[in-house]
Write a protein that binds this ligand. Structure first.
Ligand code: FAD
Ligand code: 2HG
Ligand code: ZN
Length: 467
């Protein structure tokens, strides 16, 4: 072992340096168990100074290092290969400060997202980032992937919710950018460079997050669309009629509703008729406004023929049951055989056309394949998933991943879209970077990478394609 790493092992002690296979195992597998990694060791520093020591040692030894938060990412971005270190941020889990007047909360990178939400709530404030993995993903991982989720329509994705960062650089120096300012036009935006860089430019150790007034009320409904195209008119109506207090606009297809009801306890379709497409809408605000606005806009949408039915939640429990359907359809897809997943963005106005074209193209390629498109269509973000065709072996289906991806991503590109809306690039989409990013964009990105990570030790193999 390089002497710098041997010194690091001594400094971190047994709680901070794991190298036994059983202890390392949970850090070497992606949540969907689709990808497996290997590592020299997993290091678990307890504070920023110890993270700096890890990076200084890796820099000196020329050893690659892969940051890891909750390991819930979808693109194998936190998976190491043999000879590298996994840098787990899990022990950096303190909320350092909450300032209700400034509307800011300073959290260390390993804080679990749900704990950050709870800390804000305890001070009468909202931290609006919300996603299915919130019970296990971390703020550092959310910022490193610029996570989106369920409330982006109103509050933006992780980037929009961050005021400042503390980052350990490749050579172990610490950049203290923990500012609480809403405005700061002093040169290049270093904070925004690190956000979304998936651990390839620096390691986030803490962040100042933006808080919002805690909404007094929420109003939630599941609306059955007249047809897929009607989601556009409904979205425009809902945004306008809610004075832009629409927080969520999630598409749920029949196949997903059926799967959720079949496989996930507690999921129930509120309608007697099997509607082809539903939308889960939520508004927030004060007093009776959200409920009144929701009721009025649904009545108008019904009269206009955009929707054919609606189930409005009359209590928090009923709202939770509707959200359970939305979260349940993700979990349920695993029970429907193997899945091929695409996390794409297209201009909102092209969502229905894209779903139709991609479904037709994939069915032509793989007869019997079951398109499973759902998600944050209010942001133009479709999880265009596919489920295994009946009668086809899982391995044969998964062997078609590349061909399906090509068809889907080429359609996305033709719509002016993105092959990764919110999950990032990681290691599984670097080939797509090579195909869809322009040579100039790649050249600029590589230049930034070289400047911040001259020895190439920060999450090697993630984000940028080789070359
Ligand atoms: P990890 O998986 O540990 O890491 C992700 C990437 O960030 C890796 O490249 C890693 O190296 C890097 N990284 C982690 N921590 C740091 C750090 N401190 N500094 C620098 N780099 C770091 N995503 C959405 O955007 N929207 C959703 O709606 C959504 N829903 C999900 C639902 C489920 C059930 C699951 C399992 C995942 C979902 N995701 C969603 C994926 C999402 O990206 C992750 O859940 C989350 O943002 C990643 O956080 P993490 O702590 O698990 O990061
Ligand atoms: C969601 O929106 C997540 O639920 C996960 O981004 C999507 O697993 C998926 O396909
Ligand atoms: Zn999503």
């Amino acid at each position: 072992m390089h002497p710098a790493l041997a010194r690091l092992r001594t400094r971190l002690g047994p709680a901070g340096w794991l190298d036994q296979p059983a202890a390392m195992a949970p850090y070497l597998e992606e949540s969907r168990a689709r990808h497996h990694g290997a590592a020299l060791a997993v290091v678990r520093p307890a504070d920023t100074a110890a993270v700096a020591a890890v990076l200084a040692a890796c820099h000196e030894a020329g050893v690659g290092m892969v940051p890891q938060g909750g390991n819930t990412g979808r693109c194998a971005g936190a998976l190491p290969t043999a000879g590298q270190l996994v840098l787990s941020l899990a022990r950096l889990d303190r909320i350092r400060a909450v300032d209700a007047l400034d509307g800011s909360l300073t959290a260390e990178a390993g804080c679990i997202l749900a704990d950050v939400q709870a800390a804000a709530r305890a001070h009468g404030r909202l931290f609006p980032l919300s996603l299915g993995a919130e019970g296990s993903c971390t703020i550092g991982g959310n910022l490193a992937t610029n996570a989106g989720g369920l409330n982006v329509l109103r509050y933006g994705s992780a980037r929009a919710l961050c005021l400042g960062l503390e980052v350990v650089l490749a050579d172990g120096r610490v950049w203290d950018g923990l500012r609480r300012l809403r405005k700061d036009n002093t040169g290049y935006d270093l904070r925004d460079l690190f956000i979304g860089s998936e651990g390839t430019l620096g390691v986030i150790t803490a962040a100042v997050l933006r808080l919002f007034p805690l909404p007094e009320r929420r109003a939630t409904a599941l609306a059955a669309l007249a047809d897929l195209d009607a989601c556009l008119a409904l979205l425009a109506r809902a945004r306008h009629a809610s004075a832009d207090t629409l927080t969520s606009f999630e598409l749920l297809p029949r196949i997903g509703l059926d799967a959720a009801v079949r496989h996930v306890p507690g999921c129930r379709d509120p309608f007697d008729v099997a509607h082809a497409w539903c939308v889960l809408l939520e508004l927030d605000g004060a007093g009776d406004a959200p409920a009144a606005r929701l009721e009025a806009l649904l009545a108008d949408a019904l009269a206009a023929g955009e929707i054919v039915d609606a189930a409005t939640a009359a209590s928090e429990a009923q709202a939770a049951a509707l959200w359970r359907l939305r979260e349940g359809l993700v979990e349920a897809q695993r029970h429907e055989g193997a899945s091929i997943k695409h996390d794409v963005a297209v201009p909102v106005s092209r969502v229905p056309e894209f779903i139709r074209q991609a479904s037709a193209a994939c069915t032509a390629l793989l007869p019997g394949v079951r398109p499973y498109p759902f998600g944050h269509v209010g942001d133009g973000n479709v999880h265009f998933n596919l489920s295994q065709p009946p009668g086809m072996a899982a391995a044969d289906f998964l062997a078609c991943w590349g061909r399906c991806e090509r068809v889907v991503h080429d359609l996305v590109a033709a719509c002016g879209g993105s092959f990764s809306a919110e999950h990032g690039v990681g290691r599984s989409k670097t080939g797509e970077m090579a195909r869809y990013k322009s040579p100039l964009e790649l050249e600029l990105m590589r230049g930034i990478k070289r400047t911040l990570d001259p020895r190439g030790i920060l999450n090697p193999g993630a984000v940028l394609p080789p070359g």
